[in-house]
Ligand binder design. Sequence first.
Ligand code: NAP
Length: 251
Amino acid sequence: MGEKQEVNIVNKIIVVTGGSRGIGAEIVKHLSKLGYTVILNYNKSQTCAKNVENELKKQGITVDTFKADVSQKEEAEDLIKYVLNKYRKIDVLINNAGISQTKLFTEISDEDWKYMMDNNLNSAFYCTRATVKSMIQNKQGLVINISSIWGITGGSMEVHYSTAKAGLIGFTKALAKELGPSNIRVNAIAPGIIDTDMNKEYSKGEIEEVKSQIPLEKIGNTIDIAKCIEWLIKDEYTTGQVISINGGWYI
Ligand code: NAP
């Protein structure tokens, strides 16, 4: 894992932050199976990252893994440096790493607030800033930021999470305007509720209650997000958009 080595570049090089579990792991698997060269970033879940790597290896697919806590500037920059040294370019950066927390606003500590901003918003800033210079030189690139429905509508008892995810939307729109002339597209995906560890604290009853508010009457699967990313990679004219994949929960 993570050793430096030169390789031939015949393909799109795609970096997925937070690729060890949930939505990120699905994105890694889906894009790898499509033939893209994918770099899986993980932080705490080395075993899960290994499991993704081994699952793909069994199908004859190699995925490159790199440990970095992308909430830390130096580690985020090390990740991007590693990929640029090894592959000489990054075609697609997917800022997926994120964490959530449910708390009354009055109970959010300074540390909670900073932790939420560092992991959900600053991480995307660090990775994107380190990547786009090379994209500008190559006159092409795509950045996809995984925001959230709460970044659009606001989520009660998730003010810090909602703020960070709303920040990602502003980041997406502004950067799309600035980088459009360099043929770099920047988009956000704002999932509704997707079946991952992030929602494991909800009881069965609570999930049923949410489902009853969703026109499609079901929560989403990780593949729903991965398929949208597949489409965005193939697309050439979508930029600055927030694509809400939420079963119609918020329209
Ligand atoms: P998850 O199952 O909890 O997985 C989170 C992933 O993010 C893990 O792979 C984790 O890696 C990684 N991660 C977190 N902090 C990181 C850091 N500092 N550096 C590197 N990796 C980090 O969550 P998920 O549901 O897949 O969420 C993925 C993204 O979708 C998040 O941005 C989340 O906010 C967003 N989202 C999810 C939902 C939903 O309903 N699931 C809805 C809206 C938006 P390690 O375990 O290796 O640390």
